[in-house]
Design a protein around this ligand. Structure first.
Ligand code: COA
Length: 259
């Protein structure tokens, strides 16, 4: 595999593990990291050595705590939309990967991190994992496909509640709702993913690819993803995002209402 600035990659027994490697920033997904994840998944899909992929985060705390909030500063509506489009494209390619992709969620999966996990075919979580779409705290919405995929996993009613309240789900609750496949102790996370991928490996690779293509066809509708891009971009033209981002960077609560 190539060398990446923000990722570690290994290939072992046909399984390519892609580890987001920014633990001091809670593995936040800056633009370069998103691009690198896309490149690494493409490389793994093209490699004859690889039959499946695990995506995880470095360290015991975070899978990925979202897009890198610092990169939102000063974006225009058009730049916001372009950023979301780049993320949506990478995550769509993960969903369309012909080889099975598992998210090994080892801690916080928030915002873009939760969206990344949702773009994978399966999600295995460690006991300490937490899932959520907290973008409304920043004056923003999910922009990497989260408004669409969350509905598919947990249903419209729960998805709207989660996106409007920014509630964080623990791993067990996320499993109950259908977002997560299995919860295991953190030290067993990789082994559980390997166990599932080895089971899948014993099946017909053509049939596995066909299952993925057929399942993705069930989900296919680009209208919602396009609407997400437009609304994500519009948030950058609002005063509220300035307050939301400043509040995060100053480690205080945002004041969206002037009363
Ligand atoms: N973007 C940029 N930096 C981030 C980040 C993000 N999404 N999430 C965490 N970080 C950074 C913090 O700013 C901090 O950096 P610093 O040490 O330079 O101050 C570092 O990662 C550690 O995070 P911290 O907040 O101190 O850890 P914590 O354990 O107190 O809280 C979280 C962990 C995940 C709850 C908290 O970091 C958080 O709420 N992150 C943002 C989540 C979010 O809103 N994601 C959606 C983005 S669209």
């Amino acid at each position: 595999m190539n060398t990446y600035q923000n990722l570690k990659t290994t290939i072992e027994n046909g399984i390519c593990t892609i580890t987001i490697n920014r633990p001091d920033k809670m593995n936040a997904l800056n633009r370069e990291t998103v691009q690198e994840i896309g490149d690494a998944v493409k490389e793994a899909n093209e490699s004859k050595e690889v039959f499946s992929i695990i995506i995880t985060g470095e360290g015991p705390k975070a899978f990925a705590a979202g897009a890198d909030i610092k990169e939102f500063l000063g974006l225009t509506k058009e730049q916001g939309m372009a950023m979301a489009k780049a993320g949506q494209d990478v995550f769509l390619n993960i969903e369309n990967s012909p080889k099975p992709v598992i998210a090994a969620v080892n801690g916080f999966a928030l915002g873009g991190g939760c969206e990344l996990a949702m773009a994978c075919h399966l999600r295995i979580a460690s006991e300490n994992a937490k899932f959520g779409q907290p973008e409304v705290n920043l004056g923003l919405i999910p922009g990497y496909g989260g408004t669409q995929r969350l509905i598919r996993y947990v249903g419209r009613s729960k998805a709207l509640e989660l996106m409007m309240t920014a509630e964080m789900l623990n791993a067990h609750k996320a499993t109950e709702l259908g977002l997560v496949n299995h919860v295991v102790a953190q030290e067993s996370l990789h082994a559980k993913c390997v166990e599932i991928l080895n089971e899948i490996k014993s099946k017909s690779p053509f049939a596995i690819g066909a299952v993925i293509r057929a399942a993705n066809a069930y989900d296919e509708t680009s209208k919602g993803f396009d609407e997400e891009l437009t609304e994500f971009g519009k948030c950058f033209a609002s005063e509220e995002i300035k307050e939301g981002i400043s509040a995060f960077l100053e480690k205080r609560k945002p004041q969206f209402h002037k009363s």
